[in-house]
Design a protein around this ligand. Sequence first.
Ligand code: NAI
Length: 355
Amino acid sequence: MQETAGTTLVDAAELQELMKRKFMKAGLKEAHAEETARHLTYADACGIHSHGTVRVAYYAERIAKGGVNLDPNIVFKPTSDSTGVVDCDNGMGQYVCNVALDYAIDMAKKSGSAIVGVARTGHSGMLSYYVKRAAEEGLAAIAMCQSDPMVVPFGGSETYFGTNPFAFSAPTNGEKPLVFDMATTVQAWGKVLDARSKNRSIPDTWAVDAEGNPTTNPHDVRALLPIAGPKGYGLMMMIDVLSGSLLGLPFGKHVSSMYHDLTEKRNLGQMYILMDPAKFTDPEAFKKRVSQMIDELHSMPPAKGYDQVYLPGERSQIRYAKAMKNGIEVATDIYEYLKSDVVHLDEYDGKGAFA
Ligand code: NAI
């Protein structure tokens, strides 16, 4: 552990254990707490602090107040050889979505592809966590999920869609799969939370304040902006249709709020699309082509001001390898909370979308 202004460098194993204990104290079963802590550690190690420790107090409060089913009955209903829906019974998002992925991987390996809806889940965290696992099993994978309304549609004055992310992964013939993961907003809401926790300003392109003006103060944010205007707006709509309406779940502005009522279950949706490359081409030749693409991108001379051309998502994976060895930067007050006996800080329940 090493401290710099406002942040502390914490060993990954220690961080995971502290989070696991906190979630168990809040009420989660050990396996659910462990998987959630592993997921959050992965996020922080990747440098995606928006989906790591910064969320623990919120999750612990929701778990303690009844907004997560502590003993979910997770049921997979196949609807054909390559389609199905997993009912997650509102268990802890990171845990139940990981279980749902096991079903989808199994189906894709047997039938060549799997389109699996994940219904009635909680907040699922960082989507690359799931697709990376599928690629490690030799599959190409896409994951997408809806989230609570906090984005103004292009040209609109009120929030409607969520930050609705998608992630993609594919195997290569190297050690690591391709992994790309992004919210369809300029930044995920958690990035604003992270900036708040570290008292840092945000770029004026991320979000607007209550008057609809661009803001650099993370505390003033009242709506996020879609990437690339109407194009990001279209993408978030597609994701909401496929992971919400298609599964018979609430959609758009009807999606449950993260903070509105922490005693209520979230009923969120996610969608996995997994493909076995062998059903489309020679799988070894596929991996070779992907690896050739990677080499060609890596060997391209960088533009002025850049050190090299990275693959989309590559920098997170580089950060992950380093952080697992050298430690993870955590806001010091969050670290103190994790070490304390306090279960949660009672600071989120009943708040608006931008608590
Ligand atoms: P981001 O803006 O940090 O990164 C987007 C992508 O661009 C990443 O794959 C990143 O590695 C890549 N990238 C960034 N700079 C790059 C560079 N210079 N060269 C090459 N690639 C580069 O991510 P964002 O959009 O803020 O999303 C963060 C996380 O939040 C994601 O894991 C997403 O799944 C998660 N999320 C989850 C939600 C949920 O409800 N479960 C809702 C919204 C986001």
